[in-house]
Structure formats: C-alpha cells, structure tokens
Design a protein around this ligand. Structure first.
Ligand code: A2P
Length: 324
C-alpha cells in the first residue's frame, strides 16, 4: 500500500476522457542539475504531486523516469498509473514521418510504455536532426500541421499516449488544427500568468473543450526577460494583506481560471507552498486589481530563434505566438 501524500491535487477530465492532476511540476531546468533532479521529483511525489511535465528538448526525461521507478520501489506510489506524465515533440521532429520515432525515443528515455499526454511543443518545424536551441532561422520550415497531427493521432490510437495536444498554439493555429483533427487536441499548454492573462485564448479553448495548462505561471525565470510576476508591486500588496506569498496569489488566480498549471521549483519548501492554494479564494476586489496589471508576453517566438540569420522559407507571422 503506497503512503498517502500530504496534499491531494484535484483532477480535471480532458476531452479524451482521461483525468489530469491540475497542478504539475515542470522539469525544464532539471537537466542543469542532474544530481539533484531525481531527488526533486521524489520530494515532489512525497508532497503530493502526481503530474510531471517533461519534453524531449528539456533533457529531463531520463531523470524523471528514474525517479518514478525509485518512487515505485520506495512504495511512494503503487503503479505507473498513479502518475501522469506529459512529454513533447520538438521542432526538429515536427514532421509527419518523425513523430512516431520521437515518441518512442521519449518513452525509451522514460523507460515507460505509454505517456499520459503528448504535445506538439511549438507550431514551428525545423530541419530534422538533433535537438537545437535556439533554432537557426534558416532551418525553420513550413509546418505540415495536418500530417503531424495525423501522426499524433496514430500515437494515441497505438496506445503510446493516452491523450494528445499542443503547446504554444494561438487561437488562429488551433482553428486551423480543428478543421482536420479527427481527435481534437485535449490540451493547449501556453504561457499564462498575471503578466500575460490570455483571456481571449481561454474563452476560445473553453468553448472548444480544450484544456489550457499554464506554463511559466510565476512569470518564468530566464535570461531573456525580467520576471514581471514575482516582482509585481500590485501582487505584493495583495499577498501581504492576505498573508500569502506572491507565488500563491499567482497560482490561485490561475486555478480560478479553471485551467491546469505547470509550475517549476526545485526547492522543497516552495514545492509545498505552491500546493497550498486549494482551500481559500481571491476576493472580487483582488481579482479587479489583478486585471489591471500591465500585460506583456515573456515567451515569444523571437527568444526561440537565434539572433543572427534570417527566415528563408516561412514568414514570421506563420510562427508568431503572440495572440492578437
Ligand atoms: P526555485 O526552483 O528556486 O523555487 P515558472 O514556473 O513560472 O517558470 O517559474 C519558476 C521559477 O520560480 C523557478 O525559478 C523557481 O525557483 C521559482 N519559484 C517557484 N516557486 C516559487 C515560490 N513559491 N516562490 C518564489 N519563487 C518560486
């Protein structure tokens, strides 16, 4: 019998019929600290996290797979089915004939026989080859979305993943996808936080039965742009008055939008703190203050592309992800 986690995370039923724990731990920086990676995931499982978000491009699939195997051995979970694993197809594999081998590579890295959710990572395709980041502008190619999606559907039909979806898709890209999808995307994982509230995309996805999961829910931490969430004076004021942290106010607001969250922390106390968001609410006055926060998208196509070189076979508008 597996030990009970300290927090039970609510589930959201996806359009595929499968249940997804609404808060996930992001693993995108974990490969920078491989010695710590397994420990962070095991700690997260002890705290109550059951959903882990990885990607071929993060280099964290191997450590995640090892951590899940160890959690099983330790009796922290009873079976593979107790965890929900999301992974993603990288731009170099964003070609109809590469999807199947890409998911098999991810499964082999994870040492698992199925994913819970497989996402097209970006609406961008580049010349096939090893994972590269940033993307070379001259290697960006037109995306055969119809062909790639058909291959994603095949992955689900073969039982290699329970659900399929996309990431960083705008309403325009989703609209294109929905025209030919036989299996609709269950999830669109996008940047969503208090500095980029995504109300247009949220309304569209709600109407279409697509679950949004918010990445960079705390504004993200990277060298490309300043974090406008954790440094916000408006949020500090709300947090101080409410006896919560800015992170908790931010995560609670996202939760109240009815969407999922992928939050990263490699710190035990912050992992715990980020789950203490279920049994209290924001007031209408606090929500109104939050709506007034200046909006600015952090994760843009520009930061995906190398600064030198130029696009040769697509227009920037074809790969732009800023919602207008
Ligand atoms: P750390 O790993 O040191 O906790 P996002 O999920 O928006 O990409 O942001 C992740 C960043 O936010 C990480 O650098 C993480 O750092 C930090 N972070 C995560 N949880 C908290 C928290 N509760 N308070 C402050 N910073 C946090």
């Amino acid at each position: 019998m597996a030990s009970e986690p300290s927090t039970k995370i609510p589930l959201k039923t996806l359009s595929s019929g499968h249940n997804m724990p609404i808060v996930a731990v992001g693993t995108s920086g974990l490969s920078f600290d491989p010695d710590n990676a397994k420990g962070v995931i095991i700690e997260a499982i002890k705290i109550g996290y059951r959903h882990f978000d990885t990607a071929c491009s993060y280099g964290s699939e191997g450590a995640l797979g090892e951590a899940i195997a160890e959690a099983l051995q330790l009796g922290l979970i009873e079976s593979r089915a107790d965890v929900f694993i999301t992974s993603k197809l990288w731009c170099t594999d964003n070609h109809p004939e590469h999807v199947l081998s890409a998911i098999k590579t991810s499964l082999s890295n994870l040492k698992m026989d199925y994913l819970d959710l497989y996402l097209i990572h970006w609406p961008i395709s580049t010349i096939p080859g090893p994972v590269t980041f940033p993307l070379k502008r001259e290697e960006v190619m037109p995306l055969d979305l119809k062909g790639v999606w058909k291959a994603m559907e095949q992955c689900q039909n073969l039982g290699l993943t329970r659900s399929i979806g996309v990431s960083n898709f705008t309403t325009k890209k989703l609209e294109e996808l929905i025209q030919f999808a036989k299996i609709p995307p269950a999830v669109n994982q996008v940047e969503m936080n208090l500095a980029w509230q995504q109300q247009k995309l949220k309304e569209y996805c709600t109407k279409k039965g697509i679950t949004i999961t918010a990445h960079s829910p705390l504004g993200g931490q990277n060298r490309f742009y300043p974090n406008l969430v954790l440094t916000s004076d408006v949020l500090k004021e709300i947090a101080d008055a409410k006896g919560k942290s800015i992170a908790q106010i931010s995560l609670r607001w996202i939760l109240e939008q009815g969407v999922g969250i992928v939050v990263k922390s490699f710190n035990k106390e912050r992992l715990k703190q980020n789950l203490e968001i279920f049994n209290w609410e924001l007031t209408e006055a606090e929500r109104a203050k939050i709506r007034s926060i200046q909006q600015r998208k952090g994760v843009t196509t520009e930061i995906m592309l190398a600064s030198e070189g130029s696009l040769t076979s697509v227009d920037f508008a074809d790969i732009d992800i800023v919602e207008t």
